[in-house]
Design a protein around this ligand. Structure first.
Ligand code: NA7
Length: 542
């Protein structure tokens, strides 16, 4: 390294050994940089290390939710299902760590508590839970978009004498579930994946639901050898399609789940017979075939009614079905959920739904959960209550930039970034798939290859040109933030009635700001590449 005579433990410290962190280590090391990855968990894999609850599964087809940087890897690796389970993805990421000899630069069980920019040397100092302190020129924050668990603080929650377990902190040794009285709070993706599995083993399962969700049958299947061979034969083409697609998804891998508008049919112009025919043909996806539901709330509500009709036809008890009908927010506002027999699970004798809108939780006692109208005795309480998404993992670390400023304070009104990568006041700190990038809206592995690859090129550029400091400009950051807001305007994501983790509404006190970039992966990368081609304009280099 050029620059000051400071003693560096590494050129780059990467925080997190999930998908982004593993890839960052690989590509930065290939550029001849000394890289150390600090990881809180006892294993690699990030999301796929922590979320090991029953039923945990990816909602993107496995052949696409995988890296394309190594043609040999993608030919050799065998995915067994259209949608991979958590254990399979965790195995894949461990395989990557071994295959590319990554482990020697990863410190496990070494969560970062503070990262402080030292202005006298243009370096970052990292403090960890283990008491270790490391210094590096660059900080690459691969801390994940959905990795800061949200734990509700009901009165008495710490007095519960059974097992209380969060889906996103599921212990590796498992939880005793067989024949137990289990309660689960939360009906987002995690809850909806876990509920059918928990119902199979519980003596009784009580589902505490605050908001009824939209969920579609995944129709997951084993991947046959023939299907897999056919995809592998055209993998290069498929990867190019992914990189060029809006959401990093080619959609050609056989697991076609949703009906998307294939013509310009408008639900507002449809007849009852046409809607009934759509239900007969597409089932739960009948609400997704119309061209006018993405931006028109009236059309959207008509489509939601088709979804509700499917719930009514699936769930036998009319009162339970009624509680399961999504209301009060539009289709397309939250991330769609894929399930395996979710609504059918409520037809089981050993499953009870508690509608928290009518019967809210009042307290947790040593033996169960008390709501306004009942007491539910429990042996196990599962919290599927989501995450402080996109910003939580960063703001939970004491990240101090120039002049001792604290990222948590700077982002108190919502995250501010340039390209989702840099942020004013924090030189030499680069965020992977952060707020202001497509992030959670585009398939991670291809997005990571492009975006983290871009960060690696940037770091190399700085080193090659002898720059010791790179910081986003305020003007560039403001313009980018305005652009991020502008492209989200008029979509269901930003509808007034939309409360989601995309806009921080799931966390009490979090400012309501829509965080991901909805302009699509190609437009985003075009902009990033343009910035690079112009000498990283929008960053001040010195
Ligand atoms: P989500 O989608 O945020 O779901 C969390 C669920 O927990 C949701 O139903 C929440 O209800 C519910 N929740 C949260 N806090 C409470 C309290 N205090 N009381 C009752 N219910 C509560 O998280 P997931 O982990 O399921 O999924 C996150 C993403 O991971 C997913 O979209 C995929 O991309 C993968 P609410 O809707 O806020 O009323």
């Amino acid at each position: 390294m050029t620059g000051t005579d400071v003693t560096l433990d590494a050129d780059v410290v990467v925080v997190g050994a999930g998908m982004s962190g593993l890839y960052a280590l690989k590509v930065l090391r290939e550029r001849g940089l000394r890289v150390v990855v600090l990881e809180k968990g006892a294993g690699v894999g990030g999301t796929w290390y922590w979320n090991r609850y029953p039923g945990a599964r990816c909602d993107i087809p496995s052949m696409e939710y995988s890296f394309g940087f190594d043609p040999e890897l993608e030919q050799e690796w065998v995915w067994t299902e259209h949608f991979a389970s958590q254990p399979e993805i965790e195995r894949y990421l461990n395989h990557l760590a071994d295959r590319y000899d990554l482990r020697r630069d990863i410190r496990l069980g070494c969560g970062v508590t503070a990262a402080t920019f030292d202005e006298t040397t243009d370096t970052w100092v990292f403090d960890t839970e283990t008491g270790d302190r490391l210094r590096a020129r660059f900080a690459v924050m691969a801390t994940g978009g959905l990795s800061a668990p949200n734990r509700p603080e009901w009165p008495g929650i710490d007095t519960f004498e059974g097992s209380i377990v969060q889906t996103s902190l599921w212990p590796a040794e498992g939880v005793e579930l067989e024949g137990r009285r289990i309660g689960i709070v939360g009906t987002g993706s995690s809850g909806i994946q876990a509920i059918p599995e928990l119902a199979k083993v519980a003596e009784h399962l009580t589902v505490f639901q605050r908001t009824a969700a939209f969920s579609w049958p995944s129709r997951n299947q084993p991947l046959t050898d023939e299907q897999q061979a056919a995809i592998k034969a055209q993998y290069r083409v498929l990867r190019e399609q992914q990189y060029a697609s809006f959401s990093g998804t080619a959609g050609t891998t056989g697991a076609v789940i949703f009906a998307f508008p294939t013509d310009d049919r408008r639900i507002l112009d449809s007849t009852p017979e046409e809607r009934e025919a759509a239900l007969a043909e597409h089932g739960f996806s009948a609400c997704r075939i119309w061209a006018d539901t993405a931006k028109d709330l009236e059309a959207n509500e008509m489509a939601v009614e088709l979804f509700r009709e499917m719930v009514r036809r699936t769930v036998k008890d009319p009162d339970v079905a009624d509680s399961l009908l999504p209301r009060g927010y539009p289709l397309g506002c939250k991330r769609p959920v894929l399930d395996a027999g979710y609504f059918e699970t409520f037809n089981r004798d050993n499953v009870t739904l508690v509608d928290l809108r009518k019967d809210p939780i009042e307290e947790v006692t040593p033996s169960g959960v008390r709501t306004a109208h009942r007491f539910v005795e429990l042996d196990v309480l599962v919290l599927a209550t989501g995450f402080d998404a996109m910003t939580g993992a960063l703001t939970r670390i004491d990240v101090r930039g120039r002049g001792g400023r604290l990222l948590r304070d700077d982002w108190a009104g919502g995250p501010q970034t340039y390209l989702g990568i840099g942020t004013v006041g924090y030189p030499n700190l680069f965020i992977c798939v952060g707020p202001g990038s497509p992030g959670v809206l585009a398939t991670y592995p291809p997005q990571i290859e492009l975006q983290v690859g871009w960060i690696a090129d940037f770091v190399q550029y700085l080193v090659d040109h002898g720059f010791t400091r790179a910081e986003a400009d305020a003007g560039a950051q403001d313009a980018w933030t305005e652009h991020v807001n502008q492209v989200a305007e008029g979509t269901m994501f930003t509808a007034a009635s939309c409360n989601s983790w995309y806009n921080g509404a799931n966390i009490e006190g979090k400012p309501r700001v829509f965080m991901p970039y909805v302009g699509g992966l190609p437009a985003y990368m075009e902009r990033c590449n343009d910035v690079a081609a112009h000498g990283y304009e929008g960053f001040t280099l010195s």
